[in-house]
Design a protein around this ligand. Sequence first.
Ligand code: NOJ
Length: 535
Amino acid sequence: MILLMAWRNVNAIYQIYPRSFNDASGDGTGDLKGITERLDYIKGTPESLGADAIWISPFFRSPMRDFGYDVSDYRDVDPLFGTLEDFDELIAEAHARQIKVMMDLVPNHTSSEHAWFQDALSARDSDKRDYYIFRDGGPDGTPPNNWLSVFGGSAWEFHEPTGQYYMHSFLPEQPDLNWENPKVREEMGDILRFWFDRGVDGVRVDAIRWMGKDLQLRNDPINEQYIPGDSDPYHMVRHEYSRNSEALDCYLGSMAAVASEYDDKAMLWEDHLDDLTPLEAQVRRIYNVHPGVAAPFNFQMMHTEFGSRSFARTIDEYRSYLPDDARTFYCFGNHDESRLVTRFGDRQARMLAVLQLMLPGTPVVYYGQELGMQDADIAPSQIRDPFELRVPGRGLGRDPERTPMQWTAGHQAGFSEAEETWLPLAADYTTVNVEAQQRSPKSFLELHRRLITLRKQYDVIGSSHYETAHVDDDLYSFWRSDGVMGFLTILNFSDKFTPISIPEGGVVEVSAQGHDYTTYGYVAPYDGVVLRYSQ
Ligand code: NOJ
């Protein structure tokens, strides 16, 4: 079986959070024209990062309660980000540079302001009522079951005028669609065709697990491990019935089938693995949905404890479950998770960049990761994320990793001409920025550029052959080879110079910490070294 034929030669995907990348209109929030202006940064010049694709988080019409993950019109661009013509221009300019464009589809829920939901609220017998999940409350008026919203509280909201509850896995302003209804599947298919016909090359599909709910609406079992007040209250229950039902495969298949009507359109599932089912079964199931066009992200690296053994174990285990020829899409950060440097430190993040960009498949790099951007401090008055506002003080907020891209040391880091930006800049922008790093051969940016272009130069890095070479308490090394040539990647997870013996004849292509190795007797603290071997 050949897996994911589409996007076969894409070396890396660069994730753009459009509010924060570049503001061309000068209103303090990023926009589509802003992205177009910066495409040379992605690809096309000797200084470019060299990534073959961008994924743009949602830019559709939206009341922005969840910053675009609440879509009120799937076929239009929100005025904050520009117009459909701006999008057409973005696509044309991206394609002129051989950059593929991936958009973000949010199929689990719409905005409560979407015309379908407004119609559904108008009467119990509305045509659109069954596009959503409306149910009667219990005899005492309580919600239909104990399902929880990811963003705090019950997953059910009472609608007084029609006397029923509706279900929302996220905010009450993000009502869940009813994927059992074939009309919903058809609508989403048509939306996909609308964007594919406009030139979109791929789709990242949001929150897929939540699309599949138990049709009997059984209560989720109580999670005995949950410590009240200590962790995310969403985990008070085990999400056995509220998500990931058997029918999910069919819903996903209906979307992937649309992608397969075209040439070279890829679909990436935002799927979070959980501990309710064996990992192997989850991996095999998701890779099986529509192998020609679709594959999942791997988010495990965002939750792996720092250490040679833990990273090696997680990667080895995952890889052992992959079907032959499967493509992997490792994310080490995104708009929902704390940034790498903040999680582990500067030198550690450089080393992990080497790990990510030497693994097989297609790595996904979150904007600013290539600069070593950190989570910013957000004062209480500056909090924008509804998650933090609804479940405060538990470190769940996502504003810190969504601050403006740091282009220069100048006004608003070169992101905007406005006096105020939608989120504040991180304090370190005067030193951590594109302009400063493009001139510095040992910078984060240069490290990423080097690794991403290496992936382009040598197909063997993207192809699937991977073999762990060595793991101990400090070191983790692995081979990537095709029998003719190979790369050995050595990662030193310790803060000590660590002795190592490696085969003769390798050429050092990359050192995460910028060391010149003249002898191969040791690896410097937190270094990630890539050696190339030709046969
Ligand atoms: C996952 C997205 O990445 C996140 O940002 C969003 O809040 C939820 N899905 C809901 O759409």
